[in-house]
Design a protein around this ligand. Structure first.
Ligand code: AMP
Length: 464
């Protein structure tokens, strides 16, 4: 997953982008980067591994001159976590700088890459995104507007993009609209971001959210709407609302907080926990769901688990032993809330089951009499091919085990997953959703072996 942020027509755009990226840090912690464009159209880039705060300092931002900039935070889902894959990518195209920041995954990336390499393209990265640049460069169309459109018509899957060509920024969302992108105004300029929380941070006022297929050109703070990309059935990612986006954001026409509370209420209706004395969340991702659960069930909400905020997400750690240790580093139970009680623990989702298993052990050790686990989404049964980092099917506990087996493995007294219908109802009627990771209904073709191809080991060590 990734976050993108762009500015046009505001002085010191790189400094603003740096601030905006802070608000999008949750969308990607592996690398961060900014490309800035000055008044002559010269572009400068800085990209580095790690967090936004680790990569930029005052002199460095001062060197990123200009009133146009785009930025990116990355969480790798295609291509490995190395500097070469950090974005925005910046290239020279026949004397004009072109840069790109991408959120999403192209489902036809391996095929595009093979085709482009057969035609002579040499790739510098293993990310999907570079294929888009090569397609633009190879277009025989005359204007950048048409070159970009022609390139994007060849792409399948999820692509929310910010592209600079000289001083213009192109903002586009793929025709299915998997990933969010919002547009705001600031001091006569334009700000564009993955989520509204980034507009809030820089003080921009929200103008609109880009609709699926929408294609904008932004020059010196002026917005031109270009013809939309060809029509496809809308397919907003429901997991953005369940887990990924920040609860203080509005995306897909919905308040993320509102949806999450409703997920919790619906969960309480579908899987009540009679006799339970206290409900708490796995913080922070399930906080709003636990509020909703408490609201609908009448069970008292407490803080039963405390999260250490100075640890990265546990999900990315490769070995099982390390993952278990990381659960303890990240969470600790509040004994006074838990001891001697029947408790309901609410989480947003279950992936491998490692976090929940570790938490249940801790809660039992803190003296819980009964533990009822409630999950605010259905079992995850398949990988995401559109930009969320999910492990292979074999590692997904919801794909390989039945509910009773999972309950036993986690060591809980009762286990309740929200139904697909319940989740979609809570997500609202404003959008049509992609729920492929829960339902197996993928809205695009998925080429055979896509996961393996996406993580294929490149021949150059630096790109591994
Ligand atoms: P697990 O221990 O593998 O079952 O992971 C479950 C936890 O990971 C839940 O508490 C979620 O909040 C969180 N989670 C779910 N999906 C992701 C993801 N794609 N990346 C990082 N964390 C996730």
């Amino acid at each position: 997953m990734c976050g993108v942020f762009g500015v046009s027509g505001v002085a010191e755009a790189a400094r603003l982008t740096y601030l905006g990226l802070y608000a999008l840090q949750h969308r990607g912690q592996e690398s961060a980067g900014i490309v800035a464009v000055d008044e002559h159209g010269h572009s400068r880039a800085h990209r580095g591994m790690g967090l936004v705060s680790e990569n930029f300092d005052d002199p460095g931002l001062g060197r990123l001159l200009g009133d146009v900039a785009i930025g990116h935070t990355r969480y790798s889902t295609a291509g490995s976590s190395v500097l070469a894959n950090a974005q925005p990518l910046l290239k020279d195209l026949r004397g004009t700088p072109i840069s790109i920041a991408h959120n999403g995954n192209l489902t036809n990336a391996p095929a595009l890459r093979r085709e482009l390499e057969d035609q002579g393209s040499l790739f510098d990265t293993t990310s999907d995104t570079e294929a888009i640049l090569h397609l633009i460069a190879r277009s025989r169309k005359v204007t950048p507007d048409d070159q970009i459109r022609e390139a994007l018509e060849k792409c399948e899957g999820a692509f929310t993009l910010l592209i600079t060509v000289g001083r213009s920024i192109y903002a586009v969302v793929d025709p299915r609209g998997f990933r969010p992108l919002v547009l705001g105004r600031l001091q006569g300029g334009v700000v564009i971001a993955s989520e509204t929380c980034a507009l809030d941070l820089v003080g921009a006022s929200m103008v609109c959210e880009l609709m699926p297929g929408q294609f904008l050109k932004i020059e010196d703070g002026h917005i031109t709407e270009l013809p939309r990309l060809r029509d496809r059935p809308e397919s907003r990612c429901v997991f953005e609302l369940v887990y990924f986006a920040r609860p203080d954001s509005r995306i897909f026409g919905e308040s993320v907080d509102r949806v999450r509370r409703e997920l919790g209420r619906q969960l309480a209706r579908e899987h009540p926990a009679p006799g339970a004395e206290v409900v708490f969340s796995v913080p922070d991702s399930a906080n709003a769901m636990a509020l909703g659960f408490a609201d609908a069930s009448g069970i008292k909400l407490e803080h039963g688990l405390i999260r250490n905020h100075y640890v990265g997400r546990t999900f990315i750690h490769p070995t099982q032993a390390l993952r278990v240790a990381k659960v303890k580093i990240k969470f600790n139970p509040v004994r006074g809330v838990i001891e001697g009680r029947s408790v309901v623990m609410v989480d947003d989702s279950l992936v491998r089951g490692t976090t929940s298993k570790g938490l249940v052990q801790m809660i039992r050790a803190a003296g819980a009499r009964q533990v009822h686990l409630r999950l605010s989404s259905p079992p995850i049964t398949g990988p995401c091919h559109y930009g969320i980092d999910t492990p292979t099917r074999e590692e997904l506990i919801g794909a390989t085990h039945g509910i009773e087996e999972i309950r036993e493995y986690l060591g809980v007294d009762t286990l309740g997953y929200l139904s697909l219908d319940g989740m979609l109802r809570a997500a609202g009627e404003q959008s049509q959703f992609c729920h492929a990771c829960f339902s197996g209904q993928y809205p695009t073709d998925i080429p055979e072996g896509l996961v393996a191809l996406r993580h294929a080991v490149p021949s150059i060590a630096g790109l591994v």
